[in-house]
Write a protein that binds this ligand. Structure first.
Ligand code: SF4
Ligand code: SF4
Length: 471
């Protein structure tokens, strides 16, 4: 089997196996209504309404969407908007907490008795891909026929440097994660479940190898993967566990696979057991500017300023703060930004690590090509983007780029390749939209022309009939 390119990065897993600690409930939480891929959720609460932990505060806004529940007990103070880290306006619900963290009285474990009720439970739980993808889990699992999927891959390959929140799940929520795996096995009728863990995570490998052995359940295995980046990227993981390549424009299910993040598994099991939906996250807080790094249990909607405060504040001025890890993370504009469902880490770096190196001219060394897991040509993509050559970007398969950053990390000229690829993809998307609009316009024009011709023909026939009658 061909090996996909991967790179060695410093792991910086400083917080691995340090017990996750629960932070004090902040005074307010700011819960965005857009925390998943797809439609935003629609608030169902009103200003001044009292809410409790686990209470529904927003309904899913469409099929590809997820409901949102209150992460605290308190009073709804505001329904407003904020600009998120992607620069988009999103609706928010601000809740002033009462510090009591009273669970909502209506919480009951769902009745799961078949595939359909399992999907309903996953939906009601508000689960989204917690590895960072944030795709609504119920939509991912709701496949047309269970025969379409013969392998479920549990993504426990936490390849981003610094991040250890999935490790915390494996280590501290072992039973819940295992129960989640068994739920998938039962209701998705999965023939094969593969738990992919990186080889540096020895304790977790041992824990789950023992679980598999002790349970005696057939069809579940642990796959030990080399700790190379980007081992946890969906398509890379599928290839490295079951040897199938997801083609461009296709989904894992098209090659018979579903990938589930390990914390998502634990979240679903927790809901099925207790009725408590997704309301909190374990977030890795680390980086050179942070006084007391750690894994912190955080109510969703906690603002980063409160989270960093719970970690002793900063020991140096933070010059760059990220959602996620240093390879694929997104810089946040300010510390008012809240913890989202998919936030698994936030890193704050001081000047030395935050400073961007000055890019120099490409020296055509080809190292970026060697580093790309999908054999793309990052240097050529960059040139095509600079020229706004959309046809060439398509030919070079820019849309296969998963923005993993391997090319930029390897580039000796420090070219800002990922930013360039993002722009390249946006150029193709804009051109696709233009072509679609043009095709719709042409089709409408053709339709109008055909209708006019049909009307003229009918008119001519009528006239002819009249002439025949009058003769
Ligand atoms: S960012 Fe894109 S082009 Fe660069 S290595 Fe990753 S997939 Fe390849
Ligand atoms: S690694 Fe950098 S310098 Fe080398 S070919 Fe790629 S873009 Fe150019």
């Amino acid at each position: 089997m061909k090996k996909l390119h991967a790179i060695s990065v410093a792991h910086h897993k400083n917080t691995a196996y340090s017990p996750a600690r629960r932070m004090e409930v902040p005074k307010t939480v700011l819960i965005p209504m857009s925390m998943n891929i797809g439609a935003p959720a629609e608030p169902v609460v009103k200003v001044m309404e009292k809410v409790k932990v686990g209470q529904l505060i927003a309904n899913a806004g469409g099929y590809v969407s997820a409901p949102i529940h209150s992460s605290v007990s308190g009073t709804v103070k505001k329904i407003g908007t904020m600009v998120n880290s992607m620069g988009r306006y999103v609706k928010t619900v601000t809740i002033e907490t009462d510090g009591l963290q009273e669970p909502w009285e209506g919480l009951t474990p769902p009745d799961v008795h078949d595939f359909a009720s399992f999907i309903e439970a996953v939906k009601a739980c508000g689960a989204v891909g917690l590895g960072g993808a944030s795709f609504p889990t119920a939509v991912k699992l709701n496949i047309k026929s269970l025969d379409l999927c013969d392998a479920i891959i549990i993504n426990a390959a936490e390849c981003e440097p610094y991040n250890t929140s999935d490790t915390s799940t494996m280590f501290e929520r072992t039973d819940e994660m295992w129960e989640g795996i068994l739920l998938l096995k039962k209701w998705m009728e999965a023939k094969r479940i593969i738990i992919g863990i990186e080889d540096i995570n020895k304790k977790c490998i041992e824990i789950f190898q023992n679980k598999v052995k002790e349970s005696g359940v057939d069809g579940i295995e642990v796959k030990v993967l080399p700790a190379k980046y980007p081992q946890g990227a969906e398509k890379v993981l599928i290839y490295n566990t079951i040897g199938r390549m997801v083609p461009e424009g296709k989904l894992p299910i098209d090659v018979g696979a579903i990938v589930m993040n390990c914390t998502t598994c634990a979240t679903i099991a927790h809901f099925v057991k207790t009725g408590m939906p997704l309301v909190e996250k374990v977030v890795t807080v680390d980086g050179s500017a942070v006084k007391e790094p750690g894994n912190i249990i955080v109510p969703i909607g906690t603002q980063l300023k409160d989270l960093y405060e719970a970690c002793g504040g900063f020991k140096a001025e933070p010059k760059k703060v990220l959602y996620g890890g240093p390879m694929m993370g997104i810089a946040v504009p300010d510390l008012e930004q809240p913890v989202l469902k998919s936030t698994n880490a936030t890193l704050a770096f001081a000047e030395a690590e935050a400073r961007l190196p000055e890019p120099t001219a490409c020296i055509h060394c080809g190292k970026c090509i060697d580093a790309c897991p999908f054999d793309l040509m990052p240097c050529e993509l960059e040139k095509a983007t600079e020229k706004k050559d959309v046809d060439r970007l398509r030919k070079l398969k820019v849309n296969l780029c998963m923005e993993c950053g391997c090319c930029a990390f390897t580039c000796p000229a420090k070219r800002q390749l990922v930013q360039s690829h993002k722009l390249g993809k946006a150029l193709v998307a804009a051109d696709n939209a233009r072509l679609k609009a043009q095709a719709e316009k042409d089709a409408a024009r053709e339709k109008e022309k055909a209708e006019k011709e049909a009307a003229a023909k009918a008119e001519a026939e009528k006239k002819e009939e009249k002439e025949v009658v009058s003769k």
